[in-house]
Design a protein around this ligand. Structure first.
Ligand SMILES: [Zn+2]
Length: 498
């Protein structure tokens, strides 16, 4: 990593225009695979979800999964794509141990969705991302390299193959070159992948979990000298597995390429790998020669010809775009643009929406996710939606506050305990005995005890030094281990000392 020289980002952007391109793979959550009836459950025991079709045994015949086609069309419609009236599958021929058929069933010159575009917003500025195509294909199996220290094939003693994932339906969404984004290029890439994730999640057709590989992104970038229209040589950074990494990997590549071009060097067209820990890319496969996959139409599958009526029916079921949804939510919650942008930056919009849906007040829901929960996520180095707490649970804690059973301070402790895996909010409250003392008799007793223990202060308050009441409130709070409502305690003390 040390030998990679980098140009300062701002300087790179003064000298060059970045052009980005994104390939996003979405693994669909259909119950069965793309061309056979095998189950697709994530994490099942190796090779228990296989059959002659997805193992590529001779003589087996694939059948297209109708649910996958429906999902592909709905994704395409959400990305403002045209839907092909006829399209076919093609064989993409190559050898790799995780693909027993020696070809991947994909689409080539006839993708099911094409010519789309979406608008994404970065810091209030709108950028259009043109989409070339979204096509259907199948996933490969998974190689596990055993022995060695890195989990990679280098240094491994042997490799095992798990074909459970072979044949799981994928949608590959490919942009056209995205130009004119300037210094915002990495942020636009992140906003675009976030947009795809939100669209696909709203459609309910994938779990879109980057860390489980159900949403994967390859990010391309090239640099042109400022003002030039000639495209530079691009590199492709593979399988960047978090939203944050997309932005960082592209920033890194821009700085790296700028330094090479500045030194009179030439960018090698290649695949690169992003290293999350060291935050750098390293070269993978060289792509100097275009790979020849010898595509040809898949003879075992019929042409897919979705009827216009069906497509129009599906169009009606497409949810509003993330941009439109945010506008609606912002109005419903009465937020300023800036406050909404904060939620977007934290990736908290849908979490707040779900918490409101579970019954919390929008202001309270927003306070939890941008305050205590953002702090806990930050401490753990996790994205907000990876915290072990659901929107329902946050709403339950807020309900306990609203009912006067928890103070803000106790509620934060409950939230912390739920995140730490101690159970549902009510269980946590019961287990720790954290509920506020709402029993007036018990509180009255504590108040009397405190007055008896400190007759001087009590006398001073009776004599008109009302500011001294703070000391007695503090004493009651200590006596009740912080589980009394301070306002109630003050009221009881005033009544007693009147
Ligand atoms: Zn199968």
């Amino acid at each position: 990593m040390n030998q990679i020289s980098l140009m300062d980002y701002d300087e790179a952007l003064e000298r060059f225009d970045p052009v980005i391109g994104l390939e996003v793979h979405v693994e669909l959550n259909t119950a069965s695979k793309m061309f056979c009836a095998c189950a697709t459950t994530f994490g099942a025991q190796a090779n228990t979800q296989t059959c002659p079709v997805c193992l590529g045994l001779p003589g087996s015949l694939p059948v297209v999964n109708g649910q996958a086609i429906e999902a592909a069309i709905r994704i395409g419609l959400s990305l403002n794509c045209q839907i092909a009236s006829r399209c076919c599958f093609a064989r993409k021929n190559y050898f790799y141990p995780d693909m027993t058929k020696n070809f991947q069933t994909s689409q080539h010159d006839q993708p099911i969705c094409f010519d789309g575009s979406v608008e994404v917003e970065v810091d209030g500025q709108v950028f259009t991302v043109p989409i070339e195509r979204a096509h259907m294909e199948e996933d490969a199996g998974k190689s596990l390299h055993i022995g060695g220290t890195t989990g990679r094939i280098q240094g491994a003693d042997y490799s095992l193959e798990d074909y459970n994932r072979a044949g799981v339906p994928l949608i590959e969404i490919v942009t056209r070159p995205v130009m004119g984004t300037g210094a915002a290029a990495p942020a636009v890439a992140r906003a675009y992948v976030t947009y795809i994730r939100d669209v696909v999640r709203a459609l309910g057709v994938s779990d879109v979990r980057m860390e489980q590989g159900s949403l994967r992104c390859d990010a391309n970038v090239s640099l042109s000298p400022k003002g030039s229209t000639v495209l530079g040589t691009r590199t492709e950074t593979k399988n960047v597995n978090s939203l944050r990494s997309i932005e960082r990997a592209l920033r890194f590549e821009i700085c790296r390429q700028a330094a090479i071009l500045d030194g009179g060097g030439r960018i090698k067209q290649e695949t690169r790998h992003w290293h999350e820990e060291g935050e750098y890319t390293s070269p993978g496969r060289s792509k100097e020669q275009a790979e020849d996959y010898r595509y040809f139409p898949e003879p075992d599958l019929v042409t897919v010809a979705p009827s216009p009526t069906w497509v129009e029916q599906l169009r009606v079921s497409v949810p509003p775009s993330p941009t439109a949804r945010r506008r609606t939510l912002r109005q419903a919650w009465g937020l300023s643009e800036a406050a909404m942008n904060d939620l977007i930056a934290l990736d908290a919009v849908e979490l707040v929406a779900a918490t409101v849906e579970a019954g919390a007040d929008p202001a309270a829901a927003r306070k939890w996710w941008t305050g205590e929960l953002a702090r806990l996520a930050n401490l753990a180095g996790l994205p907000l939606d990876h915290l072990a707490i659901t929107a329902d649970q946050v709403a339950q804690v807020q309900a306990l506050i609203d009912q006067g059973q928890l103070s803000d301070k106790l509620a934060r402790a409950v939230i912390g305990a739920v995140v730490a895996g101690e159970g549902e909010p009510e269980e946590v409250v019961a287990a720790h005995g954290w509920a506020l003392v709402s029993d007036q008799g018990a509180l009255q007793q504590a108040v009397d005890q405190v007055i008896a223990a400190d007759p001087d202060t009590a006398e001073a308050i009776r004599a008109g030094r009302t500011q001294a009441i703070g000391a007695l409130i503090g004493a009651v709070m200590r006596l009740t281990k912080g589980q009394a409502d301070a306002a109630t305690v003050r009221q009881l003390l005033i009544e007693r000392l009147a």
